[in-house]
Design a protein around this ligand. Structure first.
Ligand code: TRP
Length: 337
């Protein structure tokens, strides 16, 4: 039976937080357990270089993200889990795709257009000021990630839908020019049921807002951060609205339906913020305690993580290398004999 291929990449520039877990990691791990699915999950470390030229941060983020996915139970005998930079066929395919991709298509990319708009509104005479070829060509690298493994489904956030459409466009162009069905047309999967978690200040939890709760901080730090979650000035005894409350939202993303219903009643009964925060901390901590221990053990054993990723790279390359041979040949770069 041909399994559905699900593929997604995680850019390695930050430390995984609760919002990443609820919005991406947890659904990805669950999807990988479906016997009808072959999943490909990778550390998009070539993408990291586009936004981050701090080698220590990229290195640390790669390790943290790998350890996080393993600690949370990703089964790497099942999912193919690898580092993008371990697959030299990906930059090679990026070049081939760049040579069939219209520049005009890249001109329309949201991320590039936003950077140009920023330059224009700042009054710079050069609209491309500070924009690298990496940023400009980013959607081609992403297309290569996806098309290399003929992924059917690509779970992404809304902001990435355009990139999947571009990958489809580029795939069609390559197939047409070189007269073959080389690439499958990928589909973006945006799950509306997946929750977007709010952060400490009530805005979307995001590294760029500096309002995150990292997944595996110490128990003490976790408690401190939960106490920092913004609430309002209602006193104990006054009824509170769970549906507009970040604290409640974070709780419900982890707690059972019963416990969530129970806290909802407490809100109506006027639970005090201090008590509510303690309860949220206890619940989060209970969920994170075991994976945190596994995470810490993994972070102390980078050799093990290296081994897991080497195995993933080997599996990925066992497909990418022969496929790349075929593509080279199609483009006139095959061997003479
Ligand atoms: N660009 C994606 C992001 O910022 C990460 C990514 C890189 C990716 N390559 C990918 C996602 C391929 C899906 C498929 O979120």
């Amino acid at each position: 039976m041909n399994k559905t291929r699900v593929l997604t990449g995680i850019t390695t520039t930050g430390t995984p937080h609760l919002g990443n877990y609820v919005g991406a990691i947890k659904p990805a791990i669950t999807a990988s357990q479906d016997p009808n699915v072959q999943s490909f999950y990778f550390l998009a470390d070539l993408h990291a270089l586009i936004k981050c030229q701090d080698p220590k941060r990229v290195e640390q983020s790669r390790l943290e993200i790998a350890a996080t996915w393993l600690a949370l139970g990703l089964d790497t005998d099942n999912a193919i889990f690898y580092r993008q930079s371990d697959i030299p066929e990906i930059p090679e395919l990026t070049w081939m795709l760049s040579c069939v991709c219209a520049k005009g298509l890249m001109n329309r990319a949201h991320a590039y257009k936003a950077a140009v708009a920023d330059n224009e509104s700042a009054g710079y005479p050069d609209p491309d000021k500070g924009i690298t070829m990496g940023l400009f060509g980013y959607p081609v690298l992403m297309a290569a990630d996806i098309l290399m493994f003929n992924a059917h489904k690509v779970p992404v956030g809304r902001d990435q839908i355009q990139h999947i459409e571009m990958a489809r466009d580029i795939a069609g162009r390559f197939n047409h020019l070189y007269k073959g069905q080389f690439f499958t047309q990928p589909e973006a999967v945006v799950d509306d049921k997946v929750e977007v978690l709010n952060g400490l200040d009530g805005r979307k939890m995001s590294k760029s807002y500096n309002n995150t709760i990292p997944l595996f901080v110490s128990e003490k730090k976790l408690q401190k951060l939960v106490r920092k979650i913004k609430t309002n000035s209602l006193e104990p005894g006054e009824p509170k609205d769970p549906d507009t409350c970040t604290l409640f939202q974070i709780y419900s993303a982890f707690a059972s339906a019963e416990d969530t219903a129970d806290l909802r009643r407490e809100y109506e009964n006027g639970i005090g913020w201090g008590v509510a925060k303690d309860r949220v901390f206890e619940s989060l901590n209970a969920h994170l305690r075991e994976p945190r221990e596994r995470y810490q053990a993994l972070m102390e054993d980078p050799g093990h993580i290296e081994q897991v990723l080497a195995k993933g790279a080997e599996r990925a390359r066992s497909e990418a290398a022969p496929f790349m041979d075929r593509l080279r040949e199609a483009a006139g770069l095959g061997r003479f004999v």
